[in-house]
Design a binder for this molecule. Structure first.
Ligand SMILES: Nc1ncnc2c1ncn2[C@@H]1O[C@H](COP(=O)(O)OP(=O)(O)OP(=O)(O)O)[C@@H](O)[C@H]1O
Ligand SMILES: [Mg+2]
Length: 327
């Protein structure tokens, strides 16, 4: 159909997309939020429910790739079934006019790329607060046998938190939507772009079967970056990064950012082990070990605590007190 998203020659590279103001699958496109190598994300209005959503339109060539389509359908269904406070809720996923789309919660905030650009390396306490939220999202996904495969700062959205104890609320997005693993394992010839290789686990590169431990590795790369400002393996070319991910030991954190305790080096060495068997079994285990190392073994002031014990019930406000009338 003329004028549909599949006809947009500008998607995903280039701008403007020309879709602003158009209606796609029951959503009115209002503005562009951001774009990656294989999709454009728009702020859009769900016309049925009159609510703002983030509408992700995948590059039309991906809809033509059978492997990708199958995985897209499967993984969007699984992602939509996970109800977790740190996973962006997927409202709908489908195909319209030759374009795969996902409608999800619109997260008002910024991604971790923008946050790190703005704030540079984060204080360990803040890095820990962000890490634990992403880790809990990943462990929940793994419990559903869903491996993210593309944990990176662009897929971590940071919104305002609820109170002073929780200054940021972090969401993980884009489950299984990576083109990287397909390209690296030779399943696809879709386009040239494979995205950043800074967070990809050795077993993904060599095309071995992956499980949740590849996300432990990628999360460790991301957390390393939040602490020092760059991921562990910075090289001049993609080939050199691929080589380093597979064979080079990670640089000790305490050398890259003097002042951080040596104890954290061993934690990253384990989380970034080349062999998945040698890594932490879960993401939360990694983050707990890291926080203990960064705070000198103690739990630290920012480790989430259980709910405060409830004191005796307080008196209700005057307007809520029972009214007794003498009849
Ligand atoms: N649900 C959302 N709410 C608000 N902003 C979002 C949402 N999902 C994505 N974004 C924004 O849109 C940007 C583009 O997302 P997209 O997934 O297309 O690219 P990416 O993750 O940066 O790169 P890649 O193509 O390699 O996955 C994100 O970086 C993020 O800032
Ligand atoms: Mg993304």
């Amino acid at each position: 159909m003329a004028g549909g998203p599949g006809d947009d020659p500008e998607l995903p590279a280039g701008r403007p997309s020309g879709l602003i103001g158009k209606e796609i699958a029951g959503y009115r496109v209002e503005g562009e939020i951001g774009r990656g190598g294989m999709a454009v994300v728009y702020r859009a209005l769900d016309l049925r429910l009159d609510r703002t959503v983030a509408l992700k339109l995948l590059a039309p060539e991906l809809a033509r790739n059978d492997t990708f389509r199958k995985r897209f359908a499967h993984e969007s269904r699984v992602a939509a079934s996970i109800d977790h406070p740190h996973i962006v809720p997927v409202f709908e996923a489908g195909e319209t006019e030759g374009v795969l789309y996902i409608a999800m919660r619109y997260v008002a905030g910024q991604d971790l790329v923008a946050l790190l650009d703005r704030e540079g390396p984060l204080p360990p306490v803040k890095a820990g607060r962000i890490a634990v939220q992403v880790a809990s999202a990943l462990d929940a996904a793994h419990a559903h046998d869903l491996v993210h495969r593309d944990v990176k700062p662009g897929n971590i959205l940071v919104a305002e938190g609820t109170d002073r104890d929780h200054p940021e609320h972090v969401y993980l997005t884009d489950f299984g939507l990576t083109k990287k693993s397909l390209s690296l394992t030779g399943f696809t010839t879709v386009g040239e772009f494979v995205g950043t290789l800074d967070y990809v686990a050795p077993e993904q590169i060599s095309g071995k079967p992956v499980d949740g431990r590849c996300d432990v590795y990628s999360l460790a790369c991301v957390v390393f970056e939040t602490l020092v400002g760059a991921p562990p393996f910075r090289r001049d070319t993609d080939w050199a990064v691929l080589w380093a991910q597979q064979y080079d030991p990670p640089p000790p954190l305490s050398e890259v950012r003097p002042g951080l305790p040596d104890a954290a080096d061993a934690v990253f060495a384990k989380a970034l082990a080349k062999s998945p068997e040698e890594r932490y079994g879960t993401c939360l285990e990694f983050v707990a070990a890291l926080r203990a190392a960064l705070t000198g073994g103690g739990a630290g002031p920012d480790v989430p605590r259980g709910p405060e014990p409830l004191g005796p019930p307080r008196d209700p406000p005057s307007w809520a007190r029972p009214v007794f009338r003498v009849l």
